[in-house]
Design a protein around this ligand. Structure first.
Ligand code: NAP
Ligand code: MG
Length: 400
């Protein structure tokens, strides 16, 4: 069989623990037999991040800017316990945070929908994609405990020397305070990423904030989205037969639950954090959630939404059998290969990505799946497979 050739490389970002084990399995079993794989490899295992003083993470992000398409394995974000476990020089920052800060973009999360794994919400027929803004709000806040009576102000001293000051609250006793911000540049690139992605996948875009209560902060998000839409995207949306729809976040939540899915739901940072876990769980399993970071400059980084599945890895190290679901990681690879194919006009590569995804979906729909799905499947005949048995079952389907 002639292997498919790649003109340009994809950036391959390896990671940690069980997902690193799966990573190798996917490459060896499902990709290399069919493709002359061309990647620029970056090892983001915690050990190597420590060895390189985390330079490797920055290098991987810069390579993503250069080659435009990356696929990333889950990585450990170290905490105090990991610092001990890996005898780290430092508690290195979250690699995803570092990469996101360099690429600047929006994270789109979409569940893989298969027959036999039914969403908990009966009306949902099509996947719902969450687009999460990845900058600011409470993730870059400052907080303060007011330890008694006093006055709190919000003030802005502009570089030109002008000062604006408003009273937050006159405290009669103890209380708490929080200050947060966002940037027009970041909100605008969030909006453009959402509009572009909606056009690319031809799905409606919904956006909701609490603008009735937050008349300046949230309203600003609403206004910037609308301005950019009217100026740059309105016609393109109407040509593509899709809609941009803004309403209050409460209303969006109610409508999403009653909908049949199939839309992109743009969320401010905190809303996206919370709602993506809700949507992932309601669709069945975290192991079926795909994730792609889309930068406004047209860089794409694909990954699974779940972590490194530590518990399974420790079992694996003890020589015990594991049943870890590789679907989201496989879809990260197929997503990156498809995007590479689209950018390079490589039809064969695009078609392979489609084939890989349908072989994986068919495997589950024929009743062969890992334990996480087996326990919730509504299919009559279910066979629960171990990690590598599942990869092999998909491989068999890839040949037929
Ligand atoms: P996790 O790796 O997502 O796993 C949590 C639990 O969810 C697992 O113990 C397992 O449940 C289930 N699960 C998740 N993915 C699965 C899969 N593919 N197949 C089967 N079951 C799956 O989250 P965590 O244990 O909280 O975090 C582990 C490490 O991952 C942490 O060091 C964290 O920093 C890192 N992390 C990385 C990323 C990223 O790189 N994007 C994201 C999140 C977390 P059972 O044990 O019940 O089977
Ligand atoms: Mg969260």
């Amino acid at each position: 069989m002639n292997k498919i050739k790649m003109t340009n490389p994809i950036v391959e970002i390896d990671g940690d623990e069980m997902t690193r084990v799966i990573w190798d399995g996917i490459k060896e079993e499902l990709i290399k037999p069919f493709i002359e794989l061309n990647t620029k490899y970056y090892d983001l295992s915690l050990k190597n991040r420590d060895l390189t003083n985390d330079k490797v993470t920055v290098e991987a992000a810069l390579a993503t800017k250069k080659y435009k398409v990356a696929v990333k394995c889950a990585t450990i974000t170290p905490n105090a316990q990991r610092v001990q476990e890996y005898e780290l020089k430092e508690m290195w920052k979250s690699p995803n945070g570092t990469i996101r800060a360099i690429l600047d973009g929006t994270v789109f999360r979409k569940p893989i929908v298969v027959k036999g794994i039914e969403p908990f919400v009966r009306t949902w027929k099509k996947p719902i994609t969450i687009a999460r803004h990845a900058y600011g709000d409470i993730y870059k806040d400052v907080e303060l405990i007011a330890d008694g009576a006093g006055e709190a102000y919000l003030s802005f001293l502009s570089s030109s020397g002008k000062e604006e000051k408003i009273l937050v609250h006159k405290f009669q006793g103890k209380g708490v305070l929080l200050g947060m911000h966002n940037l027009d540049s970041s909100i605008e690139s969030f909006a453009r990423s959402c509009f572009s992605y909606a056009l690319e996948v031809k799905e409606d875009l919904w956006f909701g904030t609490k603008d009735t209560i937050s008349k300046k902060y949230d309203h600003h998000f609403k206004d910037l989205f609308q301005e950019i839409f009217d100026k740059e995207y309105k016609e393109k949306f109407s040509d593509a037969g899709i809609e941009y729809f803004y309403t209050l976040i409460d209303d969006i939540v109610a409508r999403v639950i009653r909908s049949e899915g199939g839309m992109i739901w743009a969320c401010k940072n905190y809303d996206g954090d919370v709602m993506s876990d809700m949507v992932a769980s309601a669709f069945g399993s975290l192991a079926m959630m795909t994730s792609v970071l889309v930068s406004p400059d047209g860089y794409y980084e694909y990954e699974a939404a779940h972590g490194t599945v530590t518990k399974h890895y420790y079992q694996h190290l003890k020589g015990a059998k594991t049943s870890t679901n590789s679907m989201a990681t496989i879809f990260a690879w197929s997503g990156a290969l498809r995007k590479r194919g689209q950018m390079d006009n490589n039809r064969e590569l695009e078609e392979f990505a489609d084939k890989l995804e349908s072989a994986a979906i068919r495997t589950i729909e024929e009743g062969f799946m890992t334990k996480d799905l087996g326990l919730m499947s509504t299919l009559k005949n279910v066979t629960i497979l171990e990690t590598f048995e599942f990869l092999n079952a998909i491989k068999k389907n890839l040949y037929t």
